[in-house]
Design a protein around this ligand. Structure first.
Ligand SMILES: [Zn+2]
Length: 453
């Protein structure tokens, strides 16, 4: 939210046609940079509008090519913003390369435009916006509705509205960028039906410098003020002030009440507990943990990456009374584990997947909800069970080792995994038996237990 700059575009250019630049002379451009608020809140630039004139407009790409990972043009006027700085599918952007592209918007009829706004979000060179806007009412005799590459819009019935460039001479380009183009104190920027956004690469020397455009708004001077995005995000501090939990239910407002009443107490109790269970030297678990409901996760109920936990909203709605909270406990364990740190270790000895997943399921099934007996070895699965089967079976194995050998072993195992120095031979040092021997003993103990019944 820093760096709000007011630029006034002067009538720097002069056109032989006389009127071509009249709009550009009027345009007053506000730029906000480096935002990171989930709702794109800036000081001088309003949050993106939901039901503005662009929401029902037709969008088309006249020139240039959409990137394969880009969202469709719809994301530009769906009244929704990306969830983070690297959310390609929620943005529209062009293919890598020095060429720009031409985005064309048909508002359906000539409207008095009060303001045009664009929003983008990326951590690097895809954050700034560099483009020129043209407008047309479609009434000029020379009017060409869709001038393509190499065709000068000014020569076929269009006027130049504004030239926008949010780059800075120095400093980090990233974060959210928000731009408004309006006529300052004048009521109207212009009356147009068609708009062209002539998009440029933000850095011709850099291949990946196509702006991640998140939203494009056109504000009709004669319509009621539009509704604007308001993220349903709540933050909660732990009682000791050490941890902050952020719950983003923007796409699932119906889940906020459950999150506050049911999930939050579990988070407050268990995040610090898991942190205490899995310490290592000089390690602090993330102080801020983000929980975000999403609706594009297909069959995955939840996943963790760094300090962010993504929650599959449709899945949660169906499992509120069942697996929902335990699933979050599992993901919080991943946040505390932070085994991504091992990526920074040169020639890291990485823990195998069954350790990475076995620990969260151990925390969940044996500490958080032992009463649900969700990770039992039974007559049905004992024959197939192997200590490294991952998830519940591995959790059961870990529980057995901790109960019968050394309850602090989980701390040693976790520290080795986090620090990128996991060696299978450590099991022998820790317990006096090799991992294979432990696996066999655990299995035998279960078989004997089951035979007795
Ligand atoms: Zn997991």
């Amino acid at each position: 939210m820093r760096n709000v700059v007011l630029l006034t575009v002067s009538a720097f250019f002069w056109s032989a046609a006389g009127t071509s630049f009249a709009a550009e002379a009027l345009a007053e451009i506000q730029v906000a940079r480096h935002g990171s608020d989930p709702g794109f809140k800036f000081e001088k630039v309003p949050a993106p509008a939901i039901d503005d004139a662009a929401s029902k407009a037709v969008f088309k790409l006249l020139d240039g090519q959409q990137d394969g990972n880009s969202g469709s043009l719809d994301v530009l006027h769906d009244g929704r913003v990306p969830g983070n700085a690297d959310d390609p599918a929620s943005n529209f952007f062009l293919k890598p390369g020095p060429d720009g592209g031409r985005l064309w918007v048909d508002l359906g009829s000539v409207i008095g435009i009060k303001q045009i706004a664009t929003y983008s979000w990326h951590a690097g060179s895809r954050a700034p916006q560099v483009y020129r806007i043209y407008g047309a009412d479609g009434k000029a005799p020379s009017f060409k509705p869709s001038p393509g590459k190499g065709e000068d819009p000014l020569a076929c019935g269009w006027v130049s509205v504004a030239t926008v460039d949010t780059r800075q001479e120095s400093g980090v380009p990233g974060g959210q960028h928000g731009v408004t183009v309006s006529a300052g104190r004048a009521p109207l920027l212009g009356s147009w039906r068609y708009l062209i956004f002539d998009l440029q690469s933000t850095d011709p020397k850099e291949r990946f410098a196509q702006t991640f455009f998140s939203e494009l708004d056109v504000i009709d001077a004669n319509a009621p003020a539009p509704n604007r995005i308001e993220r349903i995000v709540k933050t909660f501090k732990s009682a000791d002030g050490k941890f902050t939990y952020e719950i983003d239910a923007n796409i699932a407002p119906d889940l906020m009440a459950w999150s506050e009443m049911e999930l939050l107490p579990a988070i407050r109790e268990w995040y610090p507990k898991i942190a205490a269970l899995l310490p290592s030297e000089h390690y602090q678990p993330p102080a801020v943990v983000h929980f975000q409901f999403k609706d594009d996760m297909k069959g995955v109920p939840a996943y963790a990456a760094g300090d962010r936990i993504s929650l599959n909203a449709p899945w949660f709605r169906q499992n509120l009374k069942g697996e929902a909270k335990g699933c979050v406990v599992h993901e919080m364990t991943h946040v505390v584990q932070n085994y991504w740190l091992a990526d920074r270790v040169r020639e890291a000895k990485r823990a195998p997947g069954w350790v990475t997943e076995g620990i969260p399921d151990y925390v969940r099934w044996f500490l958080y909800e032992p009463q649900s007996r969700g990770a039992e070895i039974t007559a049905r699965n004992v024959a197939q069970a192997k200590y490294n089967d991952s998830y519940r079976i591995s959790a059961n194995f870990l529980d057995w080792v901790l109960r019968t050998k050394d309850k602090d072993l989980i701390k040693k195992l976790n520290a080795a995994a986090r620090e990128g120095r996991y060696l299978e031979s450590d099991w022998k040092n820790w317990t006096g038996s090799t991992l294979e021997e432990l696996g066999a003993a655990w299995k035998k103990a279960n078989e004997e237990r089951l035979e007795k019944h």
